[in-house]
Unconditional design. Structure first.
Length: 481
């Protein structure tokens, strides 16, 4: 692909021209960190505000009657993209809610383990820690520092499962990414999912960086649970994630987070034959066909709710309304997909971003005299992010730290935070710097509104900032602004 020739269907060139015509950035700001919070074009903002205006014009009718129809349209739209029935999809505010929903619904027994990888997203690892504090579950972790080969990672995963089993436990569920957040590298999630099937382990794919960045086929992949933020790479407004649960596991997701109208407490029993043989206990309760078991205390839970649609499956009905939030971001999925189609379609966008990411990473590394984080088989960089080692001498920085009385263990974070802040205060961008494997790295994101010239500028800017770090400007945390 020749990057300079890629255009939208209306003839707008990717990069600066598309950035200024379609996106909402402040003049002079260059967004090199799309991965963290994403963004969306003006057309999607127009759609979002239209939904918000309609909601304010007549709140009850919109929330109770209109919103569910628009939600169905959004589920149908993303179902086509992900190649899975819309009956397996519901919306959540973010991927973190997804991991909490799954882990707080599963029932753990003594000996059950949650298997994670050392590059798990921080919020997800804290969730696992909470579950191990409040249930009998234990945590097992595959430890490593990138770069590693996919074959090695899959082998270590198998070995860890067997190790748990040999010690009398069992791995109930494994959590792994499509694309890791930090460092921004692709995991062999397809192979890990298949390995979970072979070893009798539930698979939870954290695809926070999945949809819109890499090709995903849930029909072929068939994970036990999958979540992906649409607001990172798919151009929806923030607060929009898609949660996939195949029919075989939907009965396990009894409660939304927070628990709301669709939850069915234990102790309900049918009082008449179910209208449909396929009705679950959940559905029967929602239809008012269940009564509480005999008790001296009257039930405080109504058998009917205006917010539970009994014409839909139990799974869809449960997640349709879990409390009042602004669902406009969910409703914007069709508009986001239409916008991407007008930009050239999924295949063109994904190819451009992944090609640009590799080219940008190699260019920056060449200018800085370092390297891109990659393995020998070049699988880590099969995404729209790239990680470049920064040419900062740890010995020089430690020397400055000693002279200023700064603890050695604080150096990595202090330099990281100084570079992040200075990048936006003085240079009009934001660079995602991180301390990993006793080195400083920068993660940059490719996107259709960026071009090679932007990364050529970034390489020079990063070189200057690294020199400033070695000179000790980071001490005290102040920039020159």
């Amino acid at each position: 692909m020749v990057l300079a020739e890629v255009k939208t269907k209306d003839g707008v060139r990717y990069g600066k021209e598309l950035r200024e015509k379609e996106f909402l950035f402040e003049k002079g700001f260059l967004n090199l960190n799309h991965a963290s919070f994403g963004t969306y074009p003006q057309s999607v903002r127009t759609t979002m505000r239209s939904f918000q205006d309609s909601c304010e014009a007549r709140p009850d009718p919109f929330i109770i009657y209109d919103s569910p129809r628009y939600l169905d349209a959004s589920r149908d739209a993303v179902a086509k993209l992900l190649n899975t029935p819309s009956s397996t999809l519901v919306f959540l505010p973010n991927a973190t809610t997804g991991i909490n929903t799954v882990l707080r619904n599963l029932i753990f027994h003594p000996g059950d383990h949650i298997l994670i990888f050392s590059t798990i997203y921080g919020g997800c690892e804290r969730t696992v820690a909470y579950i191990t504090e409040t249930t009998p579950a234990q945590c097992a972790k595959v430890e490593y520092i990138y770069p590693v080969e996919d074959d090695w990672l899959v082998s270590e995963f198998k070995a860890k499962v067997k190790d748990v089993e040999e010690k009398g436990g069992r791995v109930k569920i494994a959590i792994f990414d499509t694309v890791v957040s930090m460092p921004g590298v692709r995991m062999p999630f397809e192979r890990l999912t298949e390995t979970c099937k072979e070893m009798g382990v539930l698979s939870y794919i954290d695809g926070a960086h999945g949809v819109g960045q890499i090709e995903l086929d849930l029909g072929r992949l068939d994970p036990d649970f999958f979540v992906s933020n649409c607001h990172k790479w798919l151009f929806t407004p923030r607060g929009c994630a898609i949660f996939h649960v195949p029919p075989r596991n939907q009965h396990l997701m009894r409660s939304t987070l927070p628990t709301s109208h669709g939850f069915i407490p234990t102790g309900y029993k049918p009082v008449s034959p179910f209208p449909k043989p396929s009705f679950s206990t959940f559905q029967a309760h929602s239809a008012g066909l269940l009564e509480t078991s005999t008790s001296s205390e009257p039930s405080t839970i109504s058998n009917k709710s205006a917010f539970v649609n009994t014409e839909k499956s139990a799974f869809i009905a449960n997640f349709q309304f879990a409390g009042t939030i602004d669902k406009a971001p969910y409703l914007c999925v069709p508009a986001a997909l239409q916008g991407r189609e007008s930009m050239g379609g999924e295949e063109q966008i994904l190819l451009y971003n992944q090609t640009l990411a590799r080219a940008a990473g190699h260019h920056i590394a060449r200018v800085l005299g370092t390297e891109v984080l990659e393995n020998k088989t070049n699988t880590l960089g099969q995404c729209a992010m790239t990680n470049i080692r920064l040419p900062i001498s740890l010995a020089k920085v430690e020397g400055v730290a000693r002279s200023k009385g700064i603890a050695k263990e604080d150096i990595g974070v202090e330099v990281r935070d100084w570079m992040k802040r200075v990048s936006w205060e003085e240079y009009g961008t934001f660079v995602f710097v991180f301390w990993y494997g006793d080195k400083w790295w920068v993660r940059v994101s490719a996107q259709v509104y960026l071009e090679m010239g932007d990364f050529e500028w970034a390489a020079q800017m990063l070189g200057t900032m690294c020199e400033r770090v070695e000179e000790g400007e980071w001490v005290g945390g102040e920039s020159k602004k």
